[in-house]
Ligand binder design. Structure first.
Ligand code: NDP
Length: 487
């Protein structure tokens, strides 16, 4: 209709495919068991606050039982099995993930709040891809560059966050199993459901009991896992504060450690960049997964000469983003994962205003129930502002400017973090120069937030140490004489 904006009719994905149980036990030794000293808690849909299921909060005795099951499976089955056979199990898991992709995507969107478009097209296909990729390595470890006969470490304790629940599980479990380790994994308190569905997939794949154990719970459950003396390796993804606690508590122990922590990435746009593509990259960089992304491009650095055109195009584009029901296939930005995370985003955004930055959001109606935050940009941000220094972990972009490449590098590296960065320019030589100068584990050129199982991922400085993904990711799960501290 002339003068009226075209809008989409709702296109909700059905939940009918899910067989959601009202309560879940712990997955230990190949079966779902009741806790010994655990309590229960409820997991809710962040979009509606509806209770989805009751889940177990594993206690120290439960963690101990899981570690013992993993040790037994390591000694009796997994470490003695020919590597080619281990590979077959991983291929089987990968294929079942593909077969049950729709179910996994719906459950991930329900429990996490992310748009189905992302769980269906990004998270779950990548989960399958990581299992396929590491399945291929299982019988080729001798050729991976870690010595003629690399050995597994034993039992790995793995703790994952809530932003990419199943994808983080895949990043942790696939390389660990391919290298011959067994695992005890603790999912995040607010997003345990796809890990429990993955446990069912392990049963379906006839994975030997105890090779994968899932202990749901909160921070205390994670702490019990980190401190358990029967653990040979800790792999953690989450906040820098908890990462520091883990580094302290494992110091001086035999445990090999990898930490993938926070970030405050610079997404740098030069004036010769293709502006429309750069604007798409800025949007993907910070509004993908509601900005709950450790490598999010949360600091936009725009060359002064392109500032006006970039900001006006960005504002126009933000006006077209659809915020709402995560299960609607048209939704671009879903719900914030929890009330706690929403409170943190609100607090830091208020600080941004108080410190003098200019706040802007497109007109957008937010649902009454659930946890929601409109896509937001702050202009007039300086390097001293808290919103330029601290990880907000939400759909909030801080915009800064620069004049020369050297100034862009100086500002981009002026952060305690070093996980990722983006560079947008027409000049290949400038991309290569910038990539050399930027102190970030991943530098994307004319794109952002792209992931691939063959590509290593990890940080510098307070973003952690060790690499996940690719050939490099094998090192974290092999006895190479390196505890994982220096990358
Ligand atoms: P946490 O670091 O607390 O959570 C990550 C995982 O660690 C969860 O499974 C958590 O359990 C577990 N955990 C919590 N405390 C301990 C402990 N003492 N020992 C062992 N494991 C523990 O992150 P939050 O969820 O609290 O988020 C806080 C902030 O962290 C966010 O605002 C964001 O800035 C950042 N963050 C960064 C992520 C990244 O990928 N880099 C991912 C998630 C958060 P539980 O879920 O039960 O608390």
């Amino acid at each position: 209709m002339a003068g009226k904006k075209f809008t989409y009719a709702p296109a909700p994905e059905s939940r009918a495919i899910l067989d959601l149980k009202s309560s879940y036990g712990l997955f230990i030794g190949g079966e779902f068991v009741d806790p010994i000293d655990g309590r229960t808690f409820k997991t809710v849909s962040p979009a509606t606050e509806e209770v989805l299921a009751e889940v177990t909060e594993g206690g120290a005795a439960d963690v101990d039982r899981a570690v013992q099951a993993a040790r037994k499976a390591y000694d009796k089955t997994w470490s003695t099995m020919p590597p080619r056979e281990r590979g077959k199990y991983l291929y089987r898991i990968a294929r079942i993930i593909q077969e049950r992709a729709r179910e996994l995507a719906v459950l991930e969107s329900l429990d996490n709040g992310k748009p189905i478009r992302e769980s269906r097209d990004v998270d779950i296909p990548l989960v399958a891809a990581y299992f396929f990729y590491y399945a291929g390595w299982a019988d080729k470890l001798k050729h991976a560059g870690f010595g003629p006969d690399p050995q597994a470490l034993g039992v790995a304790g793995q703790i994952i966050p809530w932003n990419f629940p199943l994808l983080m599980l895949a990043w942790k479990i696939a390389p660990a199993l391919a290298c011959g380790n067994t695992v005890v994994l603790k999912p995040a308190e607010t997003t345990p459901l796809t890990a429990l569905l993955f446990a069912e997939i392990c049963q379906q794949a006839d994975l030997p009991p105890g090779v994968v154990n899932i202990v749901t719970g909160a921070g205390e459950t994670g702490r019990a896992l980190v401190e358990h003396p029967g653990i040979d390796k800790i792999a953690f993804t989450g906040s820098t504060d908890v990462g520091k606690m883990i580094a302290r508590s494992t110091a001086g122990s035999k445990k090999k450690v990898t930490l993938e922590l926070g970030g405050k990435a610079a997404n740098i746009v030069f004036d010769d960049a293709p502006i429309d593509q750069a604007v798409e990259g800025i949007v993907n960089g910070i509004f993908f997964n509601q900005g709950h992304v450790c490598c999010a491009g949360s600091r936009l650095l725009v060359q002064e000469s392109a500032y006006d055109v970039v900001i006006s195009s960005l504002k126009r584009r933000l006006g077209t983003l659809r915020v709402g029901d995560p299960l609607d296939k048209n939704t671009d930005v879903g719900a914030i994962n929890s009330a706690e995370q929403l409170a943190r985003i609100k607090e830091l955004s208020e600080v941004g205003e108080e410190e003098g930055a200019e706040r802007w959001s497109p007109p957008c109606e937010l649902p009454d129930r659930g946890f929601w935050f409109a896509p937001t940009i702050f202009t007039g941000v300086t390097q001293a502002h808290r919103i330029a220094r601290e990880e907000i972990f939400g759909p909030v972009l801080s915009v800064l400017t620069f004049r020369t490449p050297a100034e862009a590098v100086e500002k981009a590296n002026n952060t305690p973090y070093g996980l990722s960065a983006g560079v947008w320019t027409d000049k290949g030589s400038l991309i290569l120069w910038m990539a050399n100068q930027l102190r970030a584990g991943v530098v994307w050129a004319n794109t952002f937030n792209r992931f691939d199982p063959t590509s290593p991922f990890g940080g510098y400085k307070e973003s952690g140490f060790g690499r996940e993904g690719g050939r490099h990711g094998l090192e974290a799960y092999l006895a190479t004489g390196n505890r994982g501290r220096d990358v």
